[in-house]
Structures are given as structure tokens and as C-alpha cells.
Design a protein around this ligand. Structure first.
Ligand code: NDP
Length: 331
């Protein structure tokens, strides 16, 4: 097997010297075990956000879609496809014990002809993040105005479409006009704001003259302060992530921005979450998103990087907005 390990802590954007690939000899299979080979690997913002907590020399965490090559376990027969939380590695002897949170592996259900790579995106963790994190926390009602930041990414693009399914008015914020065109022309978003080239506060006033009821926050920072100050009374904010600060030394940044006045006077509800909260309903989210895909109500896009050795490039790419939809690596 080949796997990536951490050589030195990331400073700012990760660099190629920060990680290296090492070879590892795998033991022969015992009864109950299987050998899985990675087919698609995921790169996600949390890999950057969690990195400061990892020790030098440790493996890089992450999910993958793998195919069973050999098996002494009838639940995981040769040829089956699985999701495995195995990290950045090409081959794994499983099953690996689960821990708190994500299951370490599960067999993928039939995706009705859609590629198994979707188990890393709309039919996996990001899709469930959108489904549960938006519906359970924002509790959108028909006719309400919803703003999504990081709108053209894996999670944001699904949140916006679910908001349309719930008959809301949807405003997406992202970093390029090309992404905006995809959101409005193909995914049915009502408005798009390019946070790199326009005044977000001003554009929000134009797109949501009656204020904002729900905000799904993927990015944090200034974009979010602007949104929160234009929310309506009893508005709901689902705090999913803060990618705008992951490349900064965010554990040591000043923590407060002045959103408290809006929270108080508008009596807003703001709640953070980890998607693992809904572990016991995991397959419900996947089945509902698959159903919406089959009905043509939910569309997806993937940005694919070829080659296991390019994992780090693919991670750096998402931190710079290079992806539209879900970023994956094909081995
Ligand atoms: P994306 O596919 O959205 O990729 C990241 C995107 O973030 C980029 O494409 C880029 O798009 C945008 N971005 C990068 N830097 C900045 C910046 N400085 N300001 C604003 N936008 C920026 O990733 P995911 O959909 O996988 O994740 C989205 C968010 O959700 C992340 O914050 C992630 O940590 C969080 N998350 C949280 C989970 C939870 O359980 N709470 C689970 C999964 C994800 P652009 O061109 O628009 O800049």
C-alpha cells in the first residue's frame, strides 16, 4: 500500500514538502478480513481545518470509495464497493474498528446507475451535511429567503437545491461568475453574488429587499457578518464551517466579530453542528438525496483530479476555490 503521512505542520496553504508518500507492507488476510483498493478519494476542507491537531508522522485522514479485491468476510465480497474512512492510502485491510462519529466503512447501496464516487459527495458526508444541517437547523418554510455561502461547493450546491425543493428563494454566494452561472442557470438558484468582485452587503440588499430568513454558513468571516446583519426577526443560521479562516492560524485568531447586535435585536437562532450528529439517520439522508436525483430535482457536479500522488494538489485546489461541486481524486 501507498499512504500519505504528515512531515511538517501546514502554514497557510499546504505545500508539497508538508506531506510524503510512504510504502507499507500489508499483512495476509485473517478470517473475517478483506483487502480493499481505493478507487476514488475525497479531499475536503476539514482536512485543512483538523490538521493542527495531528502529530508529525501520522497518516492523513479522509474518506474513499474502495473495491474489495480479496475477502474472507462474506459481508464484504470480492467486487463489492464500499465507503471507507481509511485516509489517504491506496490499499487497506479491513474491517477497521469504528470509533465515535463516522462508521469506518459500509457497503454502498445501488446508486441507480450513478457513479459510486457520489458516496464522497451528494450521496455521502457532504450530501448529508446539506440535508440534515440545513433542514434540521434552518427549518426553512415555503416562501422564505435563504442565503448559502460557499454555494458552488459540495455542500453549498446541495443546500441551495434543497432550499428550492422547499420552495424558498435562494441566494448563493461564491467566488467566480462561472460558478454563479452554474448555480442560476442549471441548479435554479434565484440570485448569485460574487464575493470577490462585488459589495456583498449591497448586493444582498438588492437580492433580498425583504431580508433574509435562513443562512447556511460554510465560510464565516466578513461574508457571514454581512449576511447576518440583514436577517429578519427570528431568522435561523446553520453554522457548517469557516473555510475563510482555515488557512490562517485560526486557533489563535481573535474570536469575536460584532454579530451580537443582530443576534439580539433580531432574536436570531445560530447553531453549529457536526454532521455526525445524524449518524443514526445516515442512510435516510442518502436515500432522500438519491430519490431527488432520480426525480431530476437534485443535480451534482464533480471536479476530478487524476492520480493518487496528486492528493495534496487537489486539497490545495479546493482551498483556493478551484472546484465546482465535489472535489475528488481518481486513483
Ligand atoms: P467546497 O466544495 O465548498 O470547497 C471549498 C470552497 O470554499 C471552494 O471551492 C471555495 O469556493 C470556497 N472558499 C475557499 N476559500 C474561501 C474564502 N476565503 N472565503 C469564501 N469561500 C472560500 O467544500 P465542502 O462543500 O466540502 O465544505 C464546505 C464547508 O462545509 C467547509 O467550511 C467545511 O469545513 C464545512 N463542512 C462542515 C461539516 C460539518 O459537519 N459541520 C461537514 C462537511 C463540510 P469559492 O470559489 O466560492 O471561493
Amino acid at each position: 500500500a501507498r499512504k500519505f503521512i504528515l512531515v511538517q505542520h501546514f502554514k497557510g496553504l499546504p505545500k508539497k514538502e508538508d506531506v510524503k508518500i510512504v510504502e507499507e507492507e500489508l499483512p495476509p488476510l485473517k478470517t473475517g478480513e478483506f483487502l480493499a483498493e481505493a478507487v476514488y478519494l475525497s479531499v475536503d476542507p476539514y482536512m485543512r481545518a483538523y490538521e493542527p491537531r495531528f502529530q508529525i508522522g501520522s497518516s492523513i485522514i479522509g474518506g474513499q470509495v474502495a473495491k474489495i479485491l480479496e475477502s474472507k468476510n462474506p459481508e464484504f465480497p470480492v467486487g463489492a464497493y464500499i465507503f471507507g474512512s481509511y485516509g489517504w492510502r491506496t490499499h487497506t485491510v479491513g474491517p477497521i474498528e469504528g470509533d465515535e462519529g463516522m462508521p469506518r466503512q459500509y457497503r454502498l447501496p445501488d446508486f441507480a446507475g450513478h457513479p459510486y464516487s457520489l458516496a464522497l459527495g451528494v450521496l455521502g458526508m457532504p450530501g448529508n451535511t446539506a440535508y440534515f444541517g440545513f433542514l434540521d437547523l434552518c427549518k426553512p418554510k415555503e416562501g422564505e429567503t435563504v442565503v448559502v455561502s460557499g454555494a458552488a461547493g459540495a455542500v453549498g450546491s446541495i443546500v441551495g437545491q434543497i432550499a428550492k425543493i422547499k420552495k424558498c428563494k435562494v441566494i448563493g454566494i461564491a467566488g467566480s461568475d462561472e460558478k454563479g452561472k452554474w448555480l442560476t442557470d442549471e441548479l435554479g438558484f434565484d440570485h448569485f453574488i460574487n464575493y470577490k468582485t462585488s459589495n456583498v452587503a449591497q448586493k444582498l440588499k438588492e437580492a433580498a429587499p425583504n431580508g433574509i430568513d435562513c443562512y447556511f454558513d460554510n465560510v464565516g468571516g466578513e461574508i457571514s457578518s454581512n449576511v447576518i446583519h440583514q436577517m429578519n426577526k427570528y431568522g435561523r443560521i446553520s453554522v457548517c464551517g469557516a473555510i475563510a479562516s482555515y488557512n490562517d492560524d485560526y486557533l489563535h485568531l481573535p474570536k469575536a466579530t460584532i454579530i451580537q447586535t443582530a443576534l439580539v435585536f433580531k432574536e436570531l437562532r445560530m447553531e453549529g453542528f457536526l454532521v455526525t450528529r445524524w449518524m443514526n439517520r445516515w442512510m435516510d439522508g442518502i436515500n432522500q438525496n438519491l430519490q431527488w436525483i432520480k426525480e431530476g430535482k437534485l443535480k451534482y457536479r464533480e471536479t476530478v483530479t487524476e492520480g493518487f500522488e496528486n492528493m495534496l494538489n487537489a486539497l490545495v485546489d479546493i482551498l483556493q476555490g478551484g472546484n465546482t461541486g465535489k472535489a475528488i481524486v481518481k486513483v
